[in-house]
Design a protein around this ligand. Structure first.
Ligand code: NDP
Length: 329
């Protein structure tokens, strides 16, 4: 497939150009708000076209568009891609509000193209193995889930994320959406109600850099999630706790593959072997399957809309101090 990249971003540079090439596709154009950044990105990655205008994508005979501009700019790029009949892989969070995310999903549906959300974590081996154990009822009736997902933002990423609410900054929109997708992938459900407290703890200005939250699911299960930007020495952890056993994944909530997974049971702890595939390459393979009409594990546009709905409810709860029902409408 021939791809255009909208956004001369870190994620595009560090992971997605390589991932697209690894599945046998090519990147033929990059679009940036700045001609210098577009040219520098194109030069660095050997991309033929450096553009500054979404309109210039017409006529390139593209098959797909990858969108990794700041969160406020995703919608315009996705609507343009759909108008050109291109499949779309859009970064998370899809947008800053649900109405925009809905317009994006609807535009792709109406155009008959596949829309994916780049929730890469569901493509790690730990997630897939945990889902398998859960499908086999390997924990007995479920009790709760815990997600510790506090990181330290590299200096390079300490830009719009920590001081620009208009661009979609803040740790809830950035990381809680991933936690919503991970739990939905594992449990097969999204929360119906959430509560959250947020704080600014030395990293951000004007947006939260740390958030604690409680989630209630329709099945009755409760989850706790912690997402943060300012903890340089924290490990991350994803646990599902059942009445008979539990699953604990450590250091799997990263961009790079790695970490470990333990199934704790009455007969002892069992370490499950993880494969270490590139998560973004796997995600693109799932996108290819979706385009071919095959069964797939792609996070769809709808999935991205739902993870955004959870994040928005968390922000509302933090603002109002109340429990907030999550609206997916
Ligand atoms: P960056 O900050 O690297 O890039 C975002 C935009 O900022 C770029 O598109 C670019 O705009 C602009 N920009 C980049 N460098 C500069 C600069 N030196 N001066 C001024 N503007 C600049 O963002 P990320 O790569 O961290 O994130 C991009 C998107 O990807 C977000 O939606 C984020 O949430 C998502 N993301 C997803 C991850 C995942 O694993 N799924 C991981 C990381 C991010 P322009 O295009 O106009 O040049």
């Amino acid at each position: 497939m021939k791809w255009a990249f909208v956004g001369a971003s870190n994620i595009a540079s560090e992971w997605m150009v390589g991932a697209v090439r690894a599945v046998g596709d090519e990147v033929v154009a990059v679009v940036s708000g700045s001609a210098e950044r577009a040219q520098a990105f194109a030069r660095q990655h050997g991309i033929a076209q450096a553009l500054t205008d979404l309109g210039a994508l017409a006529g390139l005979e593209l098959d797909a568009v990858y969108v990794s501009s700041t969160n406020d700019q995703h919608e315009a790029a996705v609507l343009q891609a759909a108008a050109l009949g291109c499949h779309v892989l859009c970064e998370k969070p899809l947008a800053l509000d649900l109405a925009a995310a809905r317009r994006m999903v609807e535009a792709c549906r109406a155009a008959g193209v596949v829309m994916g959300t780049n929730h890469h974590l569901r493509h790690n081996s730990a997630h897939r193995q945990m889902r398998e154990v859960l499908r086999q009822q390997g924990l007995g009736p479920l009790v709760s889930a815990r997600v510790s997902h506090s990181v330290f933002l590299r200096a390079q990423l300490q830009g719009w994320r920590i001081d620009n609410p208009g661009a979609g900054g803040g740790v809830v929109l950035d990381i809680a959406v991933h936690n919503a997708d991970s739990l939905a992938f594992l449990l097969g459900e999204y929360p119906v109600e959430v509560m959250a407290m947020t704080q600014q703890r030395g990293m951000s200005r004007g947006v939260e850099d740390d958030a604690m939250s409680l989630w209630q699911f329709a099945s009755g299960l409760c989850a706790f999630t912690h997402q943060g930007y300012n903890t340089p020495h924290a490990s991350n952890r994803l646990e599902i706790l059942g009445q008979q056993a539990s699953l604990e994944a450590r250091n799997v909530l990263n961009q790079a593959p790695g970490g470990e997974l333990v199934w704790r049971r009455a007969d002892g702890d069992l370490s499950l072997r993880l494969d270490h595939d590139n998560l973004y390459v796997r995600g693109l393979r799932e996108l290819h399957r979706a385009i071919a009409g095959q069964p797939n594990d792609l996070a769809s546009g709808e999935d991205g809309l739902r993870s955004l709905a959870v994040a928005l409810a968390l922000l509302e709860s933090a603002r109002t101090g109340r429990r907030v029902p999550v609206s997916y409408a």
